[in-house]
Design a protein around this ligand. Structure first.
Ligand code: ASP
Length: 335
């Protein structure tokens, strides 16, 4: 019997990605094709200034894109980091997976590979991202990297609102289950705005930004990658699901682990969020900080399920919350 397809993605801007991915799934395409199609929608949308074209640049005003993709059915993976001229890094990551013996290419050589594979050069800065970068340059303090004060002593004094500003980061993580019962996962980002040139976060790192085991489930993350990558968060979520935790419990436990490893932040002073999709179609998610410190928004993630009936529309459900500290669930909002 065919499996009911499911597609999930991080953030409100994951809604169009879910719709595009779901269309692929309902057309009988693989989870891998659905992930790429969904990610491309967000990468092409210049109004999303944390992913793909129009992403916010590094401290020198250059956009550097990171992405990875992983295919549950083959356990193959591909990744790129630091692409400066190609707006669809997830497609380049897929090409790395499919036409090279390697998993990850970075920087100028990754860009050369993209070009050789026929990806057209593009100027990734939008007018808005240029305007934001120029404004940041005028405002920047002595901090080398904006948004997060990395000095441990400063952390307890910070409130959630101080450690993050809206839209200066956010990644799209996507998980898909296709009608064959195969899983795939993807992650694509422009990373932390104003990052040091050459910085790579969690998003393109297999096991950190994303992971899939076709026999268990898939997971992907968004948030403060410099912390998340040290806890191999997506791998941990999948392993916890293997041990019997639900997708939601696995996300919560992983975030608690992450926070325990940095005691000064255990009340969630930085944003980290995870989504998970189990082999049987059950989904779950959690975050350390609602809206990543932006008071006017909530941590949200999007879910769409196939109806299995041709032509029958399905709608994307936006979920809000749960968010957690190291010792308690702060809130459970609408599922
Ligand atoms: N995880 C991304 C990074 O650290 C940023 C984000 O998702 O907010 O590059």
């Amino acid at each position: 019997m065919a499996v009911e397809p499911v597609f999930i993605a991080t953030w409100r801007f994951g809604v169009p990605a879910c719709l595009a991915g779901w269309q692929k799934l309902m057309a009988g395409c693989s989870a891998l094709d659905a992930i790429e199609a969904g990610a491309n929608v967000t990468e092409d949308d210049t109004s999303v200034n944390s992913v793909g074209n129009g992403g916010l640049p590094n401290s020198e005003g250059e956009v550097e894109l990171d992405a990875a993709i992983m295919d549950g059915s083959t356990h193959a993976a591909g990744a790129v980091a630091g692409l400066t001229r190609t707006g669809r890094p997830i497609s380049v990551a897929r090409r790395v997976m499919e036409v090279t013996p390697h998993v990850m290419l970075v920087g100028g050589k990754a860009q050369e590979f993209a070009r050789a594979q026929g990806f057209p050069d593009a100027d990734l800065m939008s007018d808005e991202s240029r305007r934001r970068w120029e404004a940041w340059q005028k405002e920047q303090s002595s901090a080398a990297v904006a948004h997060f004060d990395k000095t441990p002593d400063a952390a307890p004094a910070m409130s959630p609102d101080e450690v993050s500003t809206p839209d200066d980061h956010d990644t799209i993580g996507l998980c898909a289950l296709d009608a064959n019962g195969d899983l795939a996962v993807g992650c694509t980002t422009s990373g932390m705005a104003w990052k040091l040139p050459g910085r790579v976060g969690d998003s393109p790192i297999i096991g950190s930004g994303l992971y899939v085991d076709n026999a268990i489930g898939a997971a992907a993350g968004t948030g403060y990658g410099d912390e998340m990558m040290k806890a191999c968060v997506s791998y941990r979520v999948v392993m916890l699901m293997e041990r019997g935790l639900s997708p939601e419990e696995a996300c919560i436990e992983t975030l608690r682990y992450l926070l325990r490893k940095r005691p000064s932040d255990q009340h969630g002073y930085y944003g980290a969020a995870l989504i998970a999709l189990r082999k049987d179609g059950v989904v779950g998610a959690a975050a350390t900080l609602s809206g990543f410190g932006a008071p006017d928004r909530l941590w949200q993630w999007a879910v769409i399920r196939g109806t299995g009936i041709e032509g029958q529309p399905a709608s994307v459900v936006l979920h809000e919350g749960i968010y957690v500290t190291s010792d308690k669930i702060i809130s459970t909002l609408t599922p």
